[in-house]
Design a protein around this ligand. Structure first.
Ligand SMILES: [Zn+2]
Length: 338
């Protein structure tokens, strides 16, 4: 068992949102209360933030009205206020920088394997779930997700064979526009890498993620910063990303995230030392606590974030393997098929 609850739903956008919201009411409420704690340190009240996020709703309605329906379904199913749930999904408005996640992609035996440490506040270890969605009998999406956020907030696969893994990246050029969580959700309906890149490059995008994308034996890494994005076509046998921009133009505008840089440097040197890579060596790198940039992260007084999920994706077979908690203690991975 992966340790995460599993839900399988089908229907239209509203239906799938409603069923997920109904099942995870308690977790949705926890996500809201956690995120709104940030308000306690603010001189502004909740109406100010709701008003701010309503501006982003206008941009989203133009491009992704169906995804607003999905969030409406999530709100109705969970019984939480739809304005508050929209604000939660407009993640940059409330949430402080969290330096989460390390991703390694590896080519082996004509296959591509994706390895991901999902790092977040350790309180959220019981707020994630595994989903399998059949949307309008047209597309299936499988993945791990945070309760309260629209699908696509961690690692997901679709029935066209596209895999997406998200890394948070931090920058100073936020503008009002489509929230990054909506962009990553929309990507999960792409039939091709180029379609995914078009979605990420939307000129009305408000912030940015790093999107590691795999399809048809190709790896794209797309860093986005508002309406600007950079595509890396990865031909090397392995690739690594943490939580800072690798594209120098974007990095100049980014917040300095020393913990991400040290984690990246540490992982990169371990990967080089471990060549040629195999499954065990990559797991060993992701489980490492050596040096200043610890890669597997354990909760401590100094470090509120920890590794809450360990993920492996086999791209040829569209299989997702998951284990709850610290990577160094993950021994058995539960497998999910499309
Ligand atoms: Zn560990």
């Amino acid at each position: 068992m992966s340790g995460f609850p599993f839900i399988e739903v089908s229907g239209d956008y509203y239906d799938i949102g409603f069923q997920i919201g109904s099942r995870f009411k308690k977790q949705f409420k926890k996500a809201l209360s956690f995120n709104f704690k940030a308000l306690k340190n603010s001189s502004k009240d909740i109406d100010y933030f709701i008003d701010l996020s309503s501006k982003d709703l206008v941009f989203t309605k133009k491009y992704f009205p169906h995804l607003i329906n999905e969030i409406k379904g999530m709100a109705d199913g969970s019984g939480v206020d739809s304005d508050l749930l929209w604000l939660l999904n407009d993640e940059d408005i409330l949430l402080d920088s969290v330096t989460k996640c390390t991703t390694i992609v590896s080519r082996r035996n004509d296959n591509i394997f994706l390895y991901h440490n999902e790092d977040f506040y350790s309180d959220f270890i019981d707020n994630m779930y595994v989903f399998k969605v059949n949307l309008n009998n047209k597309i299936k999406i499988l993945g791990l997700n945070y309760a309260g956020l629209i699908l696509g907030s961690s690692t997901s696969l679709n029935s066209f064979g596209l895999i997406q893994c998200i890394n948070s990246v931090y920058h100073n050029s936020f503008k009002r526009g489509i929230p990054k969580n909506i962009i990553s959700r929309a990507v999960m309906e792409s039939k091709s890498l180029n379609e995914a890149v078009r979605i990420i490059s939307n000129k009305n995008s408000g912030s940015g993620y790093n999107h590691v994308l795999v399809k048809d034996n190709k790896i794209f890494d797309v860093e986005s910063i508002g309406s600007d994005s950079k595509v890396f076509d990865i031909r090397s046998s392995s690739y690594l990303h943490t939580n800072h921009y690798l594209y120098s133009k974007f990095d100049k505008d980014a917040e300095n995230i020393p913990s991400s840089v040290s984690r990246y440097d540490n992982a990169l040197s371990l990967l080089k030392y471990s060549m040629p890579l195999d499954h065990g060596k990559i797991i060993s790198v992701l489980s490492s606590h050596d040096g200043s940039g610890t890669i597997c992260r354990h909760r401590s007084r100094k470090l509120p974030e920890s590794t809450i999920a360990s993920i492996i994706v086999d791209s040829n077979n569209l299989k997702l393997y998951l284990s709850k908690g610290y990577r160094c203690r993950s021994r058995i991975y539960d497998g999910y098929s499309m």
